[in-house]
Design a protein around this ligand. Structure first.
Ligand SMILES: Cc1cc2nc3c(=O)[nH]c(=O)nc-3n(C[C@H](O)[C@H](O)[C@H](O)COP(=O)(O)OP(=O)(O)OC[C@H]3O[C@@H](n4cnc5c(N)ncnc54)[C@H](O)[C@@H]3O)c2cc1C
Length: 514
């Protein structure tokens, strides 16, 4: 067993296709290779003689998706165990920026922003290059505001401001009061615990186990696991009387797996994700007969800075400034891409340029738009710099002063008339020309941020197998799934996705026959 695990972790492109081969097999799924639920565990032949632990619903992962599922499964009367491989709960959810897209939300209404689930659905599909599974995108758009209201009214999380993210037609994201997903995830955890959910950290899913009918009935885990040492901890078996919910997140930190799907993404690209965002739980599901989809759509965040680590503070500076300030290539001093374009468009444009670019704003736009803490911390880290004049800013980044000033003047003319003739950037009604000193700027270079691909699910959050039928006893939600976002996930839609499908997965898992 340890060998099998070892093999799956030492992935090269060749041995991935030989050992796991989920993607390769997908094309043959209905043909000669009848890989369906349960075959990986020899259709029930290697179920343990004794289970170490049992719960009605066992959930893998303690982020937004897992905890939403836990709350709803508890409320539906199931005994719930959440396992988490890391020493702390929360995954990417706890480090996220706290922006939640919800069509028709309260803050939009207060500020006179007209929106609808239809418009959100259209935005998601357009950004996703129409590769999104429309019925899944529809679910997220239609239930986004209901999910947000549940987070506020039932879970008790607080959201304070309305934000814009590139690729949306309107300002649609409400942000948590502390500009972090921790506001929501911690309150979800408190709620789930109060309802009687059990959480076991340092417990890593190794393998899903199926009975003779191909129904997922439990799993092999390693308890007291010490990330990232795969041999650490002791094997144990957990039985799921009703169902398993996979909510194990994405694989942005799994360099081998991401390279299988997008060979450009070597370790020369950092990731914004928590270290545990690796894909072994997803691969375990594939080995148990689950099908994967669109694994090669891996999103780079165009707003990270090479001048700070991880996600950092620059994304919170950059994203608030788009539509209020300009982005330039320091080699030419000129704009090169629509600042309010979606993540893929912008990341691709920066990679094509081949070196870090700049975003800047003045003393009208920056205090108005940027969270004070993000500005202060970004400056403290040296990633955001302040200049008294545009000339000093140009010199600070080695740009031709004349070219840069001409470009700022041109941008300002577009801002005055609220129309960008050059690149079609959206300019917000309250934007003003960039003229008020001091000026602030940051360098941008993309990092691996989100994996759009993952397990195939249906609108009941049931995982679909290679026989195109639901894998019995297996549900999934959140970033471990694929299809919701298609080619490009719009900023702030992951939170809506995780909560909408997490709740559904929990409710439906609890309804399965024990
Ligand atoms: C820095 C950052 C900022 C972001 N900001 C936003 C934002 O503002 N708005 C937005 O919509 N989206 C944002 N995103 C994306 C969003 O946060 C994620 O897509 C979302 O949190 C994923 O939630 P999840 O529940 O699917 O997975 P996660 O929150 O990642 O949770 C999965 C958990 O499963 C655990 N796990 C994995 N494998 C195993 C295993 N084998 N056994 C046991 N446990 C396992 C992991 O350790 C992890 O804790 C951001 C992402 C990052 C990284």
């Amino acid at each position: 067993m340890a060998d099998q695990e070892e093999k799956s972790r030492s992935l090269t492109r060749r041995n991935f296709l030989k050992t796991t081969g989920a993607t390769a097999l997908a094309g043959m799924a209905l043909g000669a290779v009848p890989l369906t639920a349960g075959e990986a565990s020899a259709a029930g032949d290697d179920l343990p003689a004794k289970w170490n632990e049992t719960a009605d619903v066992v959930i893998v992962g303690s982020g937004f998706a897992g905890l939403s599922a836990a709350i709803e499964a508890r409320n539906a009367g199931a005994e719930v165990l959440v396992i988490e491989k890391m020493p702390v709960h929360g995954g990417n959810s706890i480090i996220n920026g706290g922006d939640f897209a919800a069509a028709g939300n309260k803050l939009q209404k207060e500020q006179g922003v007209k929106d609808s689930p239809d418009l959100m659905f259209k935005d998601m599909m357009k950004a996703g290059s129409y590769l999104n599974h429309p019925e899944l995108a529809r679910m997220v758009a239609d239930h986004s505001n209901e999910a947000l209201e549940w987070c506020e009214e039932y879970v008790g999380a607080k959201f304070a401001r309305l934000n814009f993210h590139g690729g949306h037609s309107v300002k649609r994201a409400v942000q948590t009061v502390n500009a972090s997903g921790s506001e929501l995830v911690n309150k979800m955890l408190t709620k789930a615990r109060a309802l009687g959910m059990k959480l076991q950290t340092r417990t890593r899913l190794v393998r899903l186990l199926a009975d003779r009918d191909g129904r997922i009935v439990g799993m092999e885990v390693r308890r007291n696991y010490r990330f990232p040492d795969e041999k650490s901890g002791q094997p144990a078996f957990i039985r799921a009387r009703r169902a398993v919910v996979l909510a194990s997140g994405g694989f942005s930190q799994d360099v081998a797996l991401r390279q299988v799907h997008d060979p450009r993404l070597t370790d020369r690209f950092d990731s914004t994700n928590h270290p545990g965002a690796t894909g072994e739980a997803l691969l375990a599901a594939c080995r148990a007969g689950a099908m994967d989809v669109q694994m090669d759509w891996i999103q780079l965040g165009p707003w990270t800075s090479p001048d700070e680590k991880g996600f950092g503070y620059v994304p919170l500076f950059c994203e608030r400034l788009v539509g209020y300030g300009l982005m330039v290539d320091p080699k030419t001093g000129k704009r090169f891409f629509k600042e309010t374009g979606n993540r893929k468009e912008r990341a691709d444009a920066i990679i094509l340029i081949g070196h870090p670019v700049l975003i800047l704003g003045d003393s009208y736009a920056v205090p108005k738009q940027v969270f004070p803490n993000a500005l202060a911390k970004g400056m403290e880290a040296g990633a955001i710099r302040k200049f008294d004049t545009l000339e000093a800013l140009a010199k600070g980044y080695g740009m031709s002063v004349a070219d840069f000033q001409a470009q700022v003047a041109r941008w300002n003319a577009f801002v005055e008339k609220k129309k960008d003739d050059d690149l079609d950037c959206m300019i917000f009604p309250d934007a003003r020309p960039t003229v008020t000193p001091p000026f602030y700027a940051a360098r941008l270079w993309p990092r691996v941020h989100h994996t759009m691909g993952g397990l195939v699910i249906n609108t009941d959050a049931r995982v679909i197998g290679f026989d195109m039928k639901p894998v019995k006893g297996l549900f999934a939600a959140g970033e471990v799934t694929g299809g919701v976002h298609g080619a490009v996930r719009l900023g702030s839609v992951a939170m809506a996705d995780c909560v909408v499908f997490g709740r559904l997965a929990g409710r439906n898992a609890a309804k399965e026959k024990a």
